[in-house]
Write a protein that binds this ligand. Structure first.
Ligand SMILES: [Zn+2]
Ligand SMILES: [Zn+2]
Length: 398
């Protein structure tokens, strides 16, 4: 395939803050693992690109849908001094977009379809991991791809999916064909674009948190897409009570629609009192911290662990935050509780399991509350800086 395509591109100036030193994986002028210390004056431009061609182990997808993520918003958002909000791996200019689905239109000769264990035929509906783990470093070799030491990230330091065609290694591609039975054509791709954030939740509560037993009680703090997905997964895993803590009414309503049983609004009522009341003094087997505000929410979590009668509670920390958590070790000791961290979505069978859950009733498509065109992406990414009322805005290719 040859020709040109438009890509929604993040452009920024390489202007490291005083004292910044290039890390071992950083590339002067192009890439850093500490975005907010380096990139200044972000702007979004629609630029023209050549349609990519695949290497022997790569595939080209025609993009069908791609959701806007909070990290897209934070890459395009500047502090007063001009530096971008987003703290992580970034390499600009780069086409944004990492929560996507599409169809295979071209594949290299060694690219294999994991669904069939045969070469791709073309036309398969697929999604992809956003983390392009290398497969060769020590964490990858140990089966820990979410901690890859040579990571590339689609839509962060290499070109993403806010465009028409995208090139990816076959190893990160997962089939959406199981969705064909229960979803309309467009919804296959909307659902497919929600697999990545749902896998972040699955990796957190099932893989890292160790999952739950049917009948367990769970509390999710923060009803962003990952928090909402955790509600859906844990309800399906058999939780007897799924409690969502969220201040924003639209997001709480979406969590209640997709799996939560109770809503606590910590801006209007005491979080710990209310959770203890709902659980009749038992507290919870699992908490998930998905707000990014640990200093605000942790004291309430700790009080429920301390005063609730459930032992062996697991708190999974999913949201990123620089702030320290005010943890009392004594509470963890007496209540046999633990705190675990979770990052990423890759490996551990997360993608195929989430897709099979979606194929058999865990419909996440209501999360996509607004559909837009490629041209409408820049204004919507900017608008999300101040307006959080939409749950997920999705670029749909037409
Ligand atoms: Zn994301
Ligand atoms: Zn690696």
């Amino acid at each position: 395939m040859t020709g040109k395509m438009q890509g929604v591109t993040l452009v920024a100036d390489w202007d490291p803050k005083p004292g910044f030193k290039l890390g071992t994986k950083d590339i002067e002028g192009r890439q850093t693992y500490l975005g907010s210390l380096v990139w200044r004056n972000p702007r979004i431009e629609i630029r023209e690109y050549d349609i990519p061609t695949p290497g022997p182990e790569e595939v080209i997808l025609e993009v069908k849908a791609c959701g806007i993520c909070g990290s897209d918003v934070h890459m395009a958002q500047a502090e007063k001094d001009g530096y971008i909000f987003y703290p992580g791996l970034t390499g600009f200019p780069s086409i944004l977009g990492h929560e996507f689905s599409g169809v295979v239109v071209e594949a290299g000769k060694n690219a294999r379809d994991k669904r069939t264990n045969k070469p791709f035929k073309g036309g398969e509906a697929v999604t992809s991991e956003e983390m392009l783990w290398c497969g060769q470093c020590r964490p990858c070799a140990d089966g820990q791809p979410n901690h890859c030491e040579q990571l590339d990230e689609v839509g962060f330091n290499i070109n993403g999916a806010y465009t028409k065609y995208i090139k990816l290694p076959a190893r990160t591609i997962w089939s959406l064909e199981p969705l064909r039975k229960n979803y309309k054509e467009e919804d296959i791709f909307i659902a497919g674009s929600l697999v990545e954030p749902t896998c972040v939740a699955y990796n957190a509560v099932i893989e890292r948190g160790g999952g739950i037993k049917p009948g367990d009680r769970v509390v999710i703090l923060g009803a962003g897409p990952v928090g909402i997905a955790a509600c859906a997964i844990l309800k399906r895993a058999g939780a007897s009570q799924v409690i969502i803590s969220e201040t924003q009414p639209e997001r709480a309503a979406m969590a209640l629609k997709l799996g939560a049983d109770y809503h606590v609004n910590p801006a209007k009522e005491d979080f710990a009192d209310r959770v203890l009341e709902i659980t009749e003094g038992m507290g919870a087997d699992m908490f998930m911290e998905a707000t990014g505000l640990p200093t605000v929410v942790y004291p309430g979590i700790e009080r429920v662990i301390w005063e609730g009668r459930t032992l062996l509670t697991t708190l999974v920390v999913t949201a990123r935050a620089e702030a320290k958590m005010p943890v009392t070790g004594e509470v963890l000791q007496v209540r046999k509780a633990r705190i675990v961290g979770a990052q990423g979505h890759s490996g551990h069978g997360n993608f195929p399991r989430v897709i099979d859950c979606m194929a058999t009733g865990m419909d996440m498509t209501p999360m996509s509350t607004k559909k837009i065109s490629l041209e409408e992406l820049p204004e919507n990414i900017i608008k999300l800086q101040t307006d959080r009322s939409e749950c997920k805005i999705t670029y749909v290719a037409r």
